[in-house]
Each structure stands twice: as structure tokens, then as C-alpha cells.
Design a protein around this ligand. Structure first.
Ligand SMILES: [Zn+2]
Length: 125
């Protein structure tokens, strides 16, 4: 049975991101959540690993996206989904989505309630 309190991915990404204890890291990193065509949601970060504070808060239907160097949180989620033969239907991020990720979401037909920065990310490799 679907949990009655299941949030949209943007709210969930903001909620999980707010758990990061290091204030500087909270300002400079991104947490994202992707709802898939199954019950599974995928949680990703642009850091090397999803922080312990977030991992502890994950629900049974939420899995962790592996991080690849230079990837944005959104990209890690989409790649993790593909590896598990899943499709992301909606994605949410803890900060506005950059132009490159916006293009990728449009191309893949993924919806979001997160705002767009309209700019390329400065810390892109
Ligand atoms: Zn991006």
C-alpha cells in the first residue's frame, strides 16, 4: 500500500538535504530525488557519497544512486535508474536545476516541480 505521507520528489529532496549537519556543505551540495515508474525512488547527491545523516533517514522504497565524478545529483539518479531498468518520471532537487540538467530532463520527458537556474553550473568539469 502506498504510504499516505509520500511527498513529491522536490519536497523530499529539500527535506533530506536539510538534514546535512555541515552548514557549508548544505550550501554547496545538492540532494535530489527521482520517482520512477515503479515504487522505487532514487536518492542522489553530487558528493562522492550520500551523507550518513541522509542515509539514516531513507525509507524502505528509497535507494541510493552511486555517484560518478563530475556528475550532478540529477545525472547520478538517471544513470542509477537505467542500471536498474527503471525510468525516472519525476525528479526534484534541493536547489534550482542547472541548464544542462534541464536539457537532459526535457530530452527524457522527466517532469519536475523544482525551479530552473537557467544557467550552466559553475563547478562543471
Ligand atoms: Zn545540473
Amino acid at each position: 500500500m502506498e504510504s499516505p505521507a509520500r511527498k513529491n520528489p522536490t519536497s523530499r529532496a529539500e527535506e533530506l538535504h536539510s538534514l546535512i549537519e555541515d552548514e557549508r556543505k548544505r550550501r554547496h551540495t545538492t540532494t535530489a530525488v527521482g520517482d520512477t515508474n515503479s515504487e522505487i525512488s532514487i536518492v542522489g547527491t553530487n558528493e562522492e557519497y550520500l551523507r550518513a545523516e541522509i542515509r539514516r533517514a531513507l525509507l524502505p522504497h528509497e535507494i541510493i544512486a552511486s555517484s560518478r565524478p563530475g556528475n550532478h545529483a540529477e545525472e547520478n539518479i538517471i544513470e542509477e535508474a537505467a542500471e536498474n531498468n527503471l525510468f525516472v518520471v519525476e525528479i526534484g532537487a534541493s536547489r534550482p536545476i542547472c541548464l544542462d540538467c534541464e536539457d537532459m530532463l526535457n530530452e527524457l520527458g522527466i517532469s519536475t516541480q523544482t525551479g530552473f537556474s537557467g544557467k550552466k553550473s559553475k563547478n562543471r568539469l
